[in-house]
Design a protein around this ligand. Structure first.
Ligand code: MN
Length: 335
């Protein structure tokens, strides 16, 4: 069986956005979680230079690296936190410019790159217009790097974004960033704000806000992609349903049309980004099914060669491996 390895959470950035991040980080009102990013992974140090170089390249060097480790295609997205830390006008402009740059890379290498459309949720109407531009640019989904200045996509003001995504049938990849300022304080110690724990807490919260707010009753065809083997949610589905029933009974939350897990199973797919654990993959296969799991390597943050070794050797059938590596990504992103 021939299998194309398609990796769907692969990061890039433009030089302009990288430079504007440094300006935000130099100002006193940088969000506290983002400030921690500035002190570590976003610090402009010799140690971070190889990572920055890889993020900035969406051309020949990236393709040579993909060839070396056996990745056939990357679905690229503007890396976290993207434009979501900028003022509205700058964010809207830089999202469009980064989409133009990404579209050019996809056009130059259509068999090797696909791309997700970045938006600036700061202006929901402009963001919806940018989503309408995505198909014309050849982009196959939308990237949202979790909260925007502490606000989540269930907020009524973001309705135009969800309407546009559903109308154009473009999935939203809900990608992590550090927890919002309103609740980040206990995460600021011990690197808990970062990818080992805080990113999943933040993104899992965002996904749960979408579910528990009834967003999918209003947008039944809205499709969400989350990485890192579902940000922990597949593990919790039974308990979430169990306590939801009680929460409705005691008046703690409103009644949804369906159980929380049913939205998770119908409106979400998950990816393997950053997870190379067979027990975690096995649990996800059991809970969400092989049709709803996509391969991702999280280049350049994670060791993508290890991700390929894991998936090549994972204890699944060849049919399942092909779905996770290739077929599901083709269906979800219409590649
Ligand atoms: Mn990532």
């Amino acid at each position: 069986m021939t299998i194309r390895r398609i990796a769907v959470e692969e990061a890039f950035v433009t030089p302009e956005i990288m430079a504007e991040w440094q300006k935000v980080l130099a100002s006193p009102d940088a969000e506290p979680g983002f400030a921690k990013m500035g002190e570590s992974i976003l610090a402009q140090t010799p140690a971070n230079k190889p990572l920055d170089d890889r993020l900035l390249d969406i051309g020949a060097d990236r393709i040579a690296h993909m060839d070396a480790i056996g990745i056939d295609m990357q679905v690229l997205s503007l890396t976290s936190p993207g434009v979501q830390v900028f003022d509205t006008a700058l964010a809207t402009r830089l999202a469009a410019e980064s989409n133009d740059a990404l579209a050019a890379a996809v056009k130059a290498h259509p068999t090797r790159f696909a791309g997700l459309c970045a938006i600036a949720p700061q202006d929901p109407v402009a963001a919806a217009r940018e989503i309408e531009r995505a198909p014309k640019l050849g982009l196959c989904g939308i990237i949202v790097n979790s909260h925007t200045r502490g606000e989540y996509l269930d907020a009524p003001k973001y309705r135009p974004i969800l309407e546009a995504a559903q109308a154009l049938d473009l999935p939203i990849y809900l990608h992590p960033r550090e927890p919002a300022a309103s609740w980040v304080a206990p995460y600021l110690d011990y690197a808990l704000w970062f990818a080992g724990w805080g990113f999943a807490a933040e993104t899992g919260l965002h996904a749960m806000r979408l579910i528990m707010s009834g967003t999918f009753d209003r947008f039944p065809d809205l499709r969400i992609v989350i990485g890192h083997m579902g940000e922990g949610l597949p593990f919790w589905l039974q308990r979430i349903d169990n306590r939801y029933r009680l929460e409705v009974k005691i008046g703690a939350c409103g009644r949804l049309e369906r159980l929380p897990s049913e939205y998770f199973l119908d409106n979400f797919v998950i990816t393997t980004s950053g997870v190379t654990s067979m027990p975690a993959l096995r649990l996800s296969l059991d809970e969400v099914g092989v049709e709803r799991i996509l391969f991702a390597a999280d280049f350049p943050y994670e060791d993508d060669a290890e991700a390929v070794r894991f998936m090549d050797g994972a204890n699944v059938t060849e049919e399942e491996r092909k779905k996770i590596y290739e077929t599901n990504a083709c269906r979800v992103f219409k590649l």
